[in-house]
Ligand binder design. Structure first.
Ligand code: MLT
Length: 268
């Protein structure tokens, strides 16, 4: 499905009924990374997946990329779908957007699942790295970005043995436009440090991380779990950064258990 939001076309899927769960994807992927979550969880819940601006079937304008802008897009989509409150699941960049979303729209957040993400801002070196990746995208195109990203996203064992999954992730990356890739890199480089903000998160929060995640390692997840009041943490074995794709059953079980608990809680 598609709708006009904040001057651009945003694509999304909306399947199932019950507690709404909104999934925000990683960089530089799209909403199809959640296909197995949508399939399993929409039997019990209302699952909404979004192509964030710059990705998939959504527009990739030349400028207008900040994490706050993406948070505004999500907020406008919720208005469009007449959803007051939801459980939000953000993986990596999706998690960065959730910090921006919670800052502005906390009343809409019934619960948070922060997967393979981190609260720290980029270091000076990290920002420089993003600029170099944007230059590579500009000069060599999205397939060069896929070459850089694959070892950060999937574990060595997955890369060696799970050809179909590797192809699926590569195709998602190669489907991006340069404007979307560069826009995201700039947005992530400019993001705020969310560490001081963690203690103000008062909704139920679940943190998930792959034991082999090097992009946002378990130490980053533990930091969030220590500082967000009452947050729960699960470390998924045999998974790197894209835990939902490498270990979908384990990931789905955690989301389903958390969402079922949340659905029992009164409207807050
Ligand atoms: C992601 O998976 O969204 C990215 O690895 C996040 C990042 O580059 O910081």
């Amino acid at each position: 499905m598609k709708t006009q939001i904040n001057g651009i076309t945003i694509a999304y899927s909306d399947r199932g009924t019950g507690l709404p769960i909104v999934f925000l994807h990683a960089f530089p992927l799209n909403r199809t990374m959640w296909a197995q979550q949508e399939e399993a969880l929409s039997l019990q819940f209302r699952v909404i997946t979004i192509d964030l601006r710059g990705h998939g079937e959504s527009d990739a304008p030349l400028w207008g990329y900040t994490l706050e802008q993406s948070a505004d897009d999500v907020n406008a989509l919720l208005d469009h779908l007449a959803i007051q409150q939801a459980l939000f699941v953000g993986l990596s960049m999706g998690g960065y957007i959730l910090f921006a979303f919670y800052r502005k729209y906390a009343a809409r957040v019934k619960g948070l699942i922060l997967a393979d993400t981190r609260a720290q801002a980029d270091t000076a070196e990290g920002k420089d790295g993003r600029f170099q990746i944007a230059q590579t995208a500009y000069k060599k195109g999205p397939s060069a970005i896929a070459d850089i990203m694959m070892p950060k996203l999937l574990s060595p064992a997955t890369i060696q043995t799970r050809t179909a999954l590797v192809q699926q992730v590569r195709a998602m990356i190669e489907g991006n436009q340069i404007s979307g890739i560069a826009g995201d890199l700039m947005a992530m480089a400019e993001r705020l440090d969310s560490i001081p903000f963690l203690s103000q998160i008062t909704c139920p929060t679940q943190i998930i991380v792959g034991e082999l995640d090097q992009a946002t390692p378990p130490s980053d997840a533990k930091l969030m779990a220590d500082q967000i009041p009452n947050a729960r943490l699960v470390i998924i074995s045999n998974a790197a950064h894209l835990t939902n794709l490498e270990q979908p059953e384990a990931f789905n079980q955690i989301v389903a258990a958390f969402a079922s608990d949340l659905a029992k809680k009164k409207h807050s």
